[in-house]
Design a protein around this ligand. Structure first.
Ligand SMILES: Cc1cc2nc3c(=O)[nH]c(=O)nc-3n(C[C@H](O)[C@H](O)[C@H](O)COP(=O)(O)OP(=O)(O)OC[C@H]3O[C@@H](n4cnc5c(N)ncnc54)[C@H](O)[C@@H]3O)c2cc1C
Length: 422
């Protein structure tokens, strides 16, 4: 870019994708870029650890106020909601004002859409927001108080189609079971699990299924696969295969949609923005990128949002500095820890995109070096460590995937996963 003025880079969203992009760009470009982050909330929320809220964690501990880190990195922060993108004239319209840009990164994330399933919004609890997690805490405590051997109660966990990251619901079922055991509440409560999936956690390949089957058996959780919900009644879920399961408390992770559908960008029917694979640039929109849950990449995870943010930021930096991008999102390898407290499942998952436009991805199961899944109590502590380290990086205004500590941790994770995983 042969322009003497600083390029105006606008980032929409203050979540994993947005913050990683903004902090990476500041690190890469120094002060030679005018970076603005627009988000509708004044804080970042570390969602992965919100699974502990129903069991006592204070939700406030997962929040990072954005003002401090932004000032520290000389990034302008504007709290407002974006609702329209003019990709031709390069302007974002928000509730506060309109903002012109040279480069735009859209990282506004996903939302859940329980309305897609009749009855789910009325009768189901979900695990999407801190408020939802607090309400679940109350519901778990009430149930534990009311249940007894003579008055048994049932908690049904249910994964519907079009949920894009079922892992946290599996964690919730296991954590709930561990919580019941720890507090001697198990007498009157049974747990049932249903999922539309053919294999447990199928988005992460075929190696989770036997491990999770074993976990369900170990914990006496009755579980059914290939149960696609048709509708939810006040005390019963009815499935498309003709079966039904009764419940006293229903916990679900509803279908996903884009949190804000931007009509000015090419998107699928759920509002997920279509991007080129390696750069995360939006199809046919020069200098507009999208990262994280808002994109049509089929697996939606914080870890992947960060990898996508690094690729997008690298491509923007390369264009500005007239160099070659050092990071591409061609063969993403995800990492995931599914915590159960007494143990945890760790997975390193190489994902291959199979259909460019629809962005269907498959796990490259043939690559034994890259695809690893294993169980060990060590991973529980690994997840705790990550939960301390990652928010610290954002608090300091630094990208997650950089620096010596991260490189050391990543190398360590690879070695431990080779030792502990299959
Ligand atoms: C309970 C739970 C547990 C999870 N556990 C894990 C895990 O262990 N590992 C993992 O990798 N992933 C996990 N995830 C998934 C992970 O949290 C998401 O994939 C990740 O947050 C996506 O990041 P993002 O930046 O794309 O979106 P988000 O983090 O959702 O951020 C979007 C941001 O955009 C803002 N925004 C939205 N709309 C607008 C608008 N119109 N204008 C301005 N700002 C807007 C929002 O306020 C927010 O700041 C979990 C999710 C949940 C719910």
């Amino acid at each position: 870019m042969n322009n003497k003025t600083s390029p105006r880079i606008l980032v929409l969203g203050g979540g994993f994708g947005g913050l990683e992009t903004a902090f990476y760009l500041r690190m890469r470009l120094g002060n030679w870029a005018d970076i603005t982050v627009i988000s509708d909330r004044d804080s970042f929320f570390f969602k992965p650890n919100s699974i502990y809220i129903p069991f006592g964690l204070d939700a406030e501990r997962l929040k990072i106020e954005l003002d401090g880190p932004m000032k520290r990195r000389n990034i302008r922060f504007i709290q407002t909601q974006a609702h329209q993108i003019d990709s031709i004239n390069k302007i974002v319209y928000t509730d506060a004002d309109k903002y012109p840009f040279d480069f735009l990164v859209v990282a506004t994330g996903a939302n859940t859409y329980p309305e897609e399933i009749p009855g789910l919004e009325e009768y189901g609890h979900d695990i999407w927001t801190p408020q939802g997690m607090m309400s679940l805490r109350g519901a778990f405590e009430d149930l534990a108080r009311e249940a007894s051997v003579s008055h048994p109660k049932r908690v049904l966990f249910m994964v519907p189609p079009n949920n894009k990251h079922a892992g946290p619901l599996y964690e919730m079922a296991f954590l709930f079971d561990s919580w019941l055991n720890k507090n001697n509440h198990h007498g009157g409560i049974d747990i049932v699990w249903t999922t539309y999936e053919k294999d447990y956690l199928q988005d992460f390949g075929n190696r989770f299924d036997p491990i999770i089957t074993e976990e369900f058996e170990r914990r006496n959780i009755t579980a059914y696969k290939d149960y696609e919900v048709e509708r939810v009644e006040p005390k019963e879920v009815v499935y498309k295969n003709g079966q039904s399961v009764t419940y006293d408390l229903l916990v679900s992770f509803p279908p996903y949609v884009a949190s804000t559908p931007f009509l000015g960008l090419p998107s699928d029917p759920r509002g997920f923005v279509t991007t080129y694979q390696e750069s995360r640039r939006v199809i046919e929109c020069p200098r507009i990128y999208a990262v994280g849950d808002i994109t049509n990449f089929p697996v939606k995870q914080a870890y992947l949002a960060v990898l996508q943010a690094d690729a997008a930021a690298e491509h923007i930096a390369a264009e500005i500095l007239d160099t070659e991008p050092k990071i591409k999102y061609n063969h993403p390898v995800s990492m995931y820890v599914l915590d159960e407290v007494d143990t945890a499942i760790f997975a390193q998952i190489p994902l291959e995109v199979k259909n460019f436009y629809q962005q269907t991805a498959e796990v490259n199961e043939a690559d034994p070096e890259a695809y690893r899944v294993g169980t060990s109590p060590v991973w529980h502590y690994g997840k705790k460590l990550l939960g301390l380290y990652l928010p610290q990086r954002f608090r300091a205004g630094k990208p997650l995937h950089s620096g010596l500590t991260w490189q050391g941790m990543e190398a360590g994770l690879k070695v431990i996963s080779q030792v502990l995983s299959s």
